[in-house]
Design a protein around this ligand. Structure first.
Ligand SMILES: [Zn+2]
Length: 215
């Protein structure tokens, strides 16, 4: 992927040109949905719900206010020549699908092959959270996490695998509990070099029976 294309992928805030409604308007929209569900927003149990939902949205979607590029920019160059894979495995995240606003809960595995510079390991978890706390689809989130690392750290390679359960599939629609969606994005050495890719897949336990067509 070209650097130019990835820059677009890591854009700070997709809605920069869309004016934000007031809290009063947001709460009124929740009342509308409650009526649409068939209930009475005026009854006691629902009276505080619009305010609670508005606050919950601030938490679910806090990723819109975060800048993934700034997050990764503080890097460390004293790596004593370390040039092996850096992997953060099993980063749990909660997101929401952009098609149904339904929860998506999963785990991300994020690796890169440093090119002199490394980033504090907690930043990788934070990066996943930034993109998870936006409306998204899993394919896009996977590509965005990989592109941001590629863009800022300019490593020799980036690998991202995300496994997640989509509640829009498990609690509605086709009602298929127990299915997990797996997406991956490999850049640089992880894409071009089969042994580097295999090393990563082995590290996250995806090599062997379960690996599917990964390796
Ligand atoms: Zn959905």
């Amino acid at each position: 992927m070209s650097r130019r294309k990835s820059l677009k992928l890591v854009a700070k805030r997709p809605s920069a040109d869309v004016p934000r409604p007031s809290r009063v308007e947001a709460e009124e929209a929740v009342r509308t949905l409650l009526r649409w569900a068939g209930d009475d927003p005026g009854r006691e149990g629902l009276r505080e719900t619009p305010a609670r939902v508005a606050r919950a949205y601030e938490e679910y979607f806090s990723g819109y206010d975060a800048d993934p590029v700034a997050l990764l920019r503080r890097t460390f160059e004293e790596t004593e020549g370390y040039d092996e894979v850096v992997l953060l495995r099993d980063i749990r995240f909660e997101s929401h699908c952009e098609h149904h606003l339904a929860p998506v809960v999963g785990r991300a595995h994020v690796a890169y092959l440093p090119n002199r510079r490394v980033v504090g390991i907690s930043k990788l978890a934070r990066l996943v959270e930034v993109y998870a706390r936006r409306l998204t689809i899993q394919e896009k989130m996977t590509a965005q996490v990989a592109a941001a690392i590629d863009e800022v750290l300019e490593p020799k390679g980036v690998a991202v695998v995300i496994e997640a359960v989509h509640q829009c599939m498990t609690t509605r629609g086709v009602h298929k509990p127990g299915v997990t969606m797996v997406t991956s994005r490999m850049l640089g050495a992880f894409r071009d070099d089969a042994s580097t890719r295999r090393e990563f897949l082995a590290m996250i336990g995806k090599l062997g029976g379960e690996a599917g067509g990964f390796a």
